[in-house]
Design a protein around this ligand. Structure first.
Ligand code: ATP
Length: 241
């Protein structure tokens, strides 16, 4: 199918009387690397909750691969190829790394070759040698890789990576960026929500900046970096931290 892989059309989310998001329109093209930035509380997580299905927006539609998924729960969206990794990895600590991948495969897309698929994904994130180890004993970097792997075993068309690099060292950030770049080269579109500015600038082909629930800029990284409004609402705040 041609056309965008994901469309957010007029999405609005309120919590009680508080309008946390929208209305927001956003288009993600196939294979694109989209960065989402914005100050704390600007609505980034709320948006990706609406995209992945954790939240059902009060207004607007989410269209994935030409199908309106607004009313579908997260696991149905994942089955269609819309996958998300979480900022705080929550592996099943009593299980091995490999078993941690067999669970989502079993839930989302069971198949006879589940173990081979899981091992291939572990190799793609550089965790193949840890397959038989208990997930509870992984380092912080390995946990982030396992979190990405859990999102990848369902063979997504879109991966939403929520702060996959927060708290990592510069070398570890490079490691995760290399994995995401490799995934993108295989055709997966990636949405990166990230506060680590040099990482999101390096990775993204396009960046959207949020402020109080709305997009205030949508452009190439160099244009975003020079945008006076983005500098005022976001980069100014970043340098104060
Ligand atoms: N369940 C909720 N109930 C009430 N308010 C909420 C809820 N979830 C988010 N909010 C509010 O909605 C606004 C947007 O929050 P959101 O978490 O989407 O921002 P964010 O851009 O992801 O922030 P951060 O960069 O800190 O993760 C904030 O003011 C937040 O307090």
């Amino acid at each position: 199918m041609s056309g965008p892989i994901l469309e957010v059309r007029g999405v609005e989310q309120r919590f009680g009387p508080f309008q946390a998001l929208g209305p927001v329109d956003l288009v993600l093209h196939r294979g694109e690397r989209l960065g989402i930035i914005g100050p704390n509380g600007s609505g980034k997580t709320t948006l990706i909750n609406c995209i992945s299905g954790t939240l059902r927006p009060q207004q607007g539609r989410v269209v994935f691969d030409g199908v309106d998924v607004t009313d579908l729960p997260p696991h149905r969206r994942a089955r269609m190829g819309l996958s998300r990794s979480f900022q705080i990895p929550k592996p099943f600590t009593g299980m091995t790394v490999l078993e941690n991948l067999l669970v989502p495969i079993d839930q989302i897309s069971p198949s006879a070759d589940a173990e081979d698929r899981a091992l291939a994904v572990l190799e793609s994130v550089g965790l193949q040698r840890r397959a038989g180890h208990e997930a509870g004993g992984l380092s912080q970097l390995e946990l982030r890789k396992l979190e990405l792997a859990r999102a990848l075993v369902v063979e997504p068309k879109v991966l939403v990576a929520d702060e996959a690099m927060a708290g990592l060292s510069e070398g570890e950030i490079d490691d995760v960026l290399a994995i995401l770049t490799h995934l993108s080269a295989t055709g997966i579109a990636v949405i990166m929500i990230e506060h680590i500015m040099h990482a999101v600038m390096r990775f993204s082909t396009r960046i959207v900046c949020f402020e109080t629930g709305r997009t205030i800029a949508d452009a190439a990284p160099d244009v975003i970096a020079a945008d006076p409004l983005v500098q005022k609402v976001y980069f100014g705040e970043q340098t104060r931290h």
